[in-house]
Design a protein around this ligand. Structure first.
Ligand SMILES: Cc1ncc(C[n+]2csc(CCOP(=O)(O)OP(=O)(O)O)c2C)c(N)n1
Ligand SMILES: [Mg+2]
Length: 335
C-alpha cells in the first residue's frame, strides 16, 4: 500500500518560520559542536543532526501544538522547533543545576512536557513502542492528538520496530512513524544489512501505508507528514514515512568518521537542506539575502545568551547519585 502526497502547500508564515527554524537548528548544533570539540563547558555526548535538519523542521511545522513527538537520538531539531528553552538545553549540556532531566541528560531520555516532547531511551527503536502506548492513550481518551515518533534506519532492524509497527497497525493507533534514513548506523551502511531499497516498503508487511520522501526537502516532509496526520486523526491508523537524508558529520561528535566515502560526504554538503530551502524561498520571492542574514544573526544572539546564562549556573551536585559511576562521558572534559 502506498501513501500519496496530496501536496498541501505551507502558507507564507509557515515557510518563514521553517526557514528560521532551519537556521536555528543549524546554528545551535554548529555551536554545540564547536564547544564540544574545544572541550569548553560541554559534558556528555552528541548525536548531531547537521545535514538532516529538514526532517525535524518539516515535521514540526505540520503537527499541532497539542500533538506529541518522540525524537530520535539525533533529535535536537525537534526540541528546538517545539520551543524547548535554549537556556535549559545549554544548562543541561553544561551539567549545571536546573537543567532538563535533573542532570541525567541525553537527547534520548529527556522529555520536555511543556513542548510536547516525549522521552526516547538509549535502546534504539524502543521509543516507537513507548510512543505506541502514548498513542493508545490518546485514542482511548479521544483527545484528537497524534503522536509522531522518529527513529534512524539502523533502529528499524530492532525487534522494537517490528513489534511497535505491528501493534500500531492492528490497533489503528494515531501514530506517524518517521524513519530518518541517513544511510548508516554508525559506519554500517543500511544497504549492507537490509534487502529492500526503500525502508518504507516494510509498511506493506503490516498492512499500513508507507512512503519514501526526500528528507532534505522540508516542504516534501511537511506535506507527507501533514497527510499522515490527517489520516491518523480521522481514525485511519499509522503511516510509515521514510525520509532519505545524510548526516554531515560522524555518528557522534567524537567519531572520526573515517569510513564513509569522501565523495558521499561532499555530495551531502551540496545537497544541504538549509541552502535548498533558502534557494526555494528566494526563487519564490519570499526571502532576500538580508532577511536570511538577520535570521542567522538573531539565532546566534539567542544561542549566545543561552550559553551565557547556562555558564552562570552552579555545577550540578551529583555527589551521592548512585548513577554517577555509570556515566563515563564526563571524564576529561573541562567545565
Ligand atoms: C538497541 C541498541 N543497539 C545498539 C545501540 C548502539 N547505537 C547507538 S547509535 C547507533 C547507530 C544508530 O543508527 P541509526 O538508527 O541509523 O540512527 P543514526 O545514528 O544514523 O541517526 C547504535 C548502533 C543502541 N543504542 N541501542
Ligand atoms: Mg542511520
Amino acid at each position: 500500500m502506498n501513501a500519496a502526497n496530496t501536496g498541501k502547500e505551507p502558507g507564507r508564515e509557515t515557510l518563514r518560520r521553517m526557514m528560521e527554524q532551519l537556521v536555528l537548528v543549524r546554528e545551535f548544533e554548529t555551536r554545540c559542536e564547536e564547544l564540544w570539540k574545544a572541550r569548553v563547558h560541554m559534558v556528555g555526548e552528541f548525536h548531531l543532526s547537521l545535514g538532516q535538519e529538514a526532517i525535524a523542521v518539516g515535521t514540526c511545522a505540520a503537527i499541532r501544538p497539542s500533538d506529541l513527538i518522540c525524537p530520535s537520538i539525533r533529535g535536537m531539531g525537534v526540541y528546538l522547533c517545539r520551543g524547548a528553552s535554549l537556556r535549559d538545553l545549554m544548562t543541561t549540556f553544561f551539567d549545571r543545576a536546573g537543567g532538563i532531566a535533573n542532570g541525567r541528560w541525553a537527547h534520548w531520555h529527556s522529555p520536555v512536557p511543556d513542548a510536547g516532547v516525549l522521552a526516547q531511551t538509549g535502546m534504539l527503536g524502543s521509543g516507537l513502542v513507548t510512543s505506541g502506548g502514548v498513542a493508545l492513550s490518546q485514542k482511548y481518551l479521544k483527545t484528537g492528538n497524534v503522536v509522531v515518533t522518529m527513529l534512524g534506519d539502523g533502529a528499524t532492524n530492532t525487534g522494537y520496530f517490528h513489534e511497535g509497527v505491528n501493534f500500531a497497525a492492528f490497533a489503528d493507533l494515531p501514530l506517524v512513524i518517521i524513519i530518518e534514513n541517513n544511510g548508516y548506523a554508525v559506519s554500517t551502511p543500511i544497504s549492507s544489512v537490509v534487502r529492500v531499497k526503500d525502508l518504507s516498503r516494510r509498511a506493506e508487511g503490516y498492512g499500513i501505508p508507507g512512503i519514501t520522501v526526500d528528507g532534505n526537502d522540508a516542504i516534501a516532509v511537511y506535506q507527507t507528514v501533514d497527510d499522515a496526520l490527517e489520516r491518523a486523526r480521522a481514525g485511519g491508523g499509522p503511516t510509515l514515512i521514510e525520509c532519505k537524508t545524510y548526516r554531515f558529520g560522524g555518528s557522534t561528535v567524537k567519531d572520526a568518521d573515517a569510513l564513509r566515502p569522501a565523495a558521499e560526504k561532499d555530495a551531502a554538503r551540496r545537497n544541504c537542506p538549509v541552502q535548498r530551502f533558502k534557494g526555494m524561498l528566494s526563487e519564490r520571492g519570499l526571502l532576500v539575502e538580508d532577511d536570511y542574514r538577520s535570521m542567522v544573526k538573531a539565532a546566534r544572539a539567542r544561542i549566545e545568551e543561552a550559553e551565557r546564562l547556562a555558564a552562570e549556573q552552579p555545577m550540578l551536585d551529583a555527589s551521592g547519585d548512585p548513577l554517577t559511576e555509570f556515566w563515563p562521558y564526563a571524564e576529561g572534559v573541562s567545565k
